[in-house]
Design a protein around this ligand. Structure first.
Ligand code: PMP
Length: 431
C-alpha cells in the first residue's frame, strides 16, 4: 500500500495543527489523508480505495455523500441559511419529525454536537432536581466536557477512578460524577442508596457502543428506569450513536423503555453537523429559549439550515425506504459470516453486535461490562486491523470500538470483506 502522499501531507498538517488532526482519536498510524468519500467507499491522497466500515464513528448510516441528503442540503442553502432571531421552517419540520418518532421526545432543541447535547441534558437535570450528582457507567462516552470526560477507556488499574487526559478539567465538576458498572443493577442501586437525595441524573448509552456492543441484559434498562423513579433522578438516554441507527425512534423504542431526556446526533443527519436534546415538556420548558425559563441554552449555529435540512432528508428516507431492515440484514450477514470464519479457523473470539453494528472481541466469552474487556487481545486487533487496511477494508482504529454497515453497502461488499477477513486471519495464524 503506497501512502507516500499521505505521509507528506501529514507532515505539513503537523506544522499547523498539534498532531496534524482535529480530534484526539484521529491520530492513528498509518496517517492517511482522505480526499474523497462516496457511498461505501473512502479514498486517500495516494488514490487508495477503502471499503468503509468505520462510518466516521457512526454518522453515515445511508453512506457517504448521499445524493438525496446532499440534494436537500443544497436546495435548502440556495434558499435559506441562518438568522439571529426567530425560527426557521426547517427547524419546525425537523422538530415535528423527532417528536413524532422518538418516544421520549415531547419537545426538542437543536445544537451542533453530541457533547453539547449531553452537557445541556445534565445541566437541565441539575436544575429540575436541585441536586448535583450524576451517575455514569465506566466505558460509556458522552462527550468532551468536564462533567463526563473521564471513566471511558480507562487503564485497567484506573477503572472507576479519575483517569488521565484530563489536565485543565475542573475536579469540582467530576467530583460529583459517580461511576457504576454497566449491567450491574445492584451496583446502581447501592450507589443511589449511598447518595440518597443527591443524584440529579443517571446518563447511559443504552448500548455502550463506545466499547463496541455490550448489550443490556434483560431488565437492565427497565431497572434503571425504576431506580431513577424511586430515587427521584432524571434518566438520560444518550442515543448519540443508537438514535436513528437502530430505529427511527432510537433504541428506547426497541427496548420499550422511555427515558426523561434523550440526546441524539450522528446518524440523525447522516454525517452533517447537528445534534439534539429532547424530552419531557415539563423539563424542557425550563430552558431559557422559553420566556421565564432559567436554564441557559444558546448557540449561534443552532438550527442552521445545513444540519436541519440534512436531518429532515435522512429521516424522510428512513420513513420511505426499508433502511433499518436492510442494514440489519447486512449486519447479521457480517456477524454470522465472521463467526463461521472463526469456527473454521479455530480463532478465539466473540462477535458482538446489534442491527448494523458489530465488534470482534478477541476473547473467549461475551463481555457484559468494561472490566470484562481486560480479556480482549488488543495487540492482536491492532495487527488484524492493519492487515485489513492494507487490503482495502477500513475498520475502527481502536480495538474496543464498533464497526458499522450502512445502506450503501451491498451483500457483495459484505462477502468481499468476509473473504479478506478470512485471508488475513489465516495469514496471522501462519505467522
Ligand atoms: N455521546 C455518545 C454516545 C457519543 O458516542 C459521542 C461521540 N462519539 C458523544 C456523545 C459526543 O458527541 P460529539 O463528538 O458530537 O460531541
Amino acid at each position: 500500500m503506497n501512502t507516500q502522499r499521505s505521509q507528506e501531507l501529514y507532515e505539513e498538517a503537523n506544522l499547523y495543527t498539534p498532531g496534524g488532526v482535529h480530534t484526539s482519536i484521529r491520530n492513528v498510524e498509518p496517517h492517511l489523508i482522505f480526499t474523497k468519500a462516496e457511498g461505501a467507499y473512502i479514498y486517500d491522497a495516494d488514490g487508495n480505495k477503502y471499503l468503509d466500515f468505520q462510518a466516521a464513528f457512526g454518522p453515515y448510516i445511508l453512506g457517504h455523500s448521499h445524493p438525496y441528503v446532499n440534494g436537500k442540503v443544497i436546495e435548502a442553502i440556495q434558499r435559506t441559511d441562518l438568522y439571529g432571531v426567530g425560527t426557521t421552517d426547517l427547524e419546525i419540520e425537523l422538530s415535528r419529525l423527532i417528536c413524532k418518532h422518538v418516544p421520549s421526545a415531547e419537545q426538542v432543541l437543536f445544537c451542533n454536537s453530541g457533547s453539547e447535547a449531553t452537557y445541556h441534558a445534565i445541566r437541565l437535570s441539575r436544575a429540575v432536581t436541585e441536586r448535583k450528582k450524576l451517575i455514569k457507567f465506566q466505558g460509556c462516552y458522552h462527550g468532551w466536557h468536564d462533567y463526563v470526560a473521564r471513566n471511558m477507556l480507562s487503564k485497567w488499574d484506573m477503572i472507576g477512578k479519575r483517569d488521565p487526559g484530563s489536565a485543565g478539567m475542573m475536579d469540582e465538576a467530576i467530583d460529583n460524577t459517580l461511576i457504576c458498572t454497566y449491567n450491574d443493577l445492584e451496583d446502581v442501586e447501592r450507589t443511589f442508596k449511598e447518595n440518597d437525595g443527591e443524584v440529579a441524573a443517571l446518563i447511559v448509552e443504552p448500548i455502550p457502543h463506545n466499547i463496541g456492543c455490550i448489550m443490556p441484559q434483560d431488565g437492565f434498562l427497565q431497572g434503571l428506569r425504576d431506580l431513577c423513579d424511586q430515587y427521584g433522578a432524571v434518566l438520560i438516554f444518550d442515543e448519540v450513536i443508537t438514535g436513528f441507527r437502530h430505529d427511527i425512534g432510537g433504541f428506547q423504542k426497541v427496548a420499550g423503555v422511555t427515558p426523561d431526556l434523550t440526546t441524539m446526533g450522528k446518524a440523525m443527519a447522516n454525517g452533517y453537523p447537528i445534534a439534539a436534546i429532547a424530552g419531557k415538556k415539563q423539563f424542557m420548558q425550563r430552558f431559557n429559549t422559553n420566556p421565564g425559563g432559567d436554564v441557559w441554552f444558546a448557540g449561534t449555529y443552532n438550527g442552521h439550515a445545513v444540519g436541519t435540512a440534512a436531518a429532515i432528508a435522512t429521516i424522510e428516507l428512513m420513513e420511505r425506504e426499508p433502511v433499518h431492515e436492510y442494514v440489519f440484514a447486512l449486519g447479521e450477514r457480517m456477524r454470522s459470516g465472521i463467526r463461521d470464519i472463526h469456527a473454521r479457523l479455530g480463532i478465539q473470539a466473540v462477535v458482538a453486535g446489534f442491527g448494523s453494528v458489530w465488534t470482534t472481541y478477541f476473547m473467549d466469552f461475551m463481555p457484559q461490562n468494561y472490566t470484562d474487556l481486560q480479556q480482549n487481545d488488543a495487540e492482536f486487533y491492532v495487527r488484524y486491523r492493519r492487515k485489513l487496511l492494507e487490503r482495502g477494508i477500513y475498520k475502527m482504529p481502536m480495538n474496543l470500538k464498533r464497526n458499522h454497515v450502512g445502506y450503501s453497502h451491498t451483500e457483495q461488499d459484505i462477502d468481499y470483506a468476509l473473504e479478506v477477513i478470512e485471508t488475513v486471519l489465516k495469514e496471522m495464524l501462519a505467522e
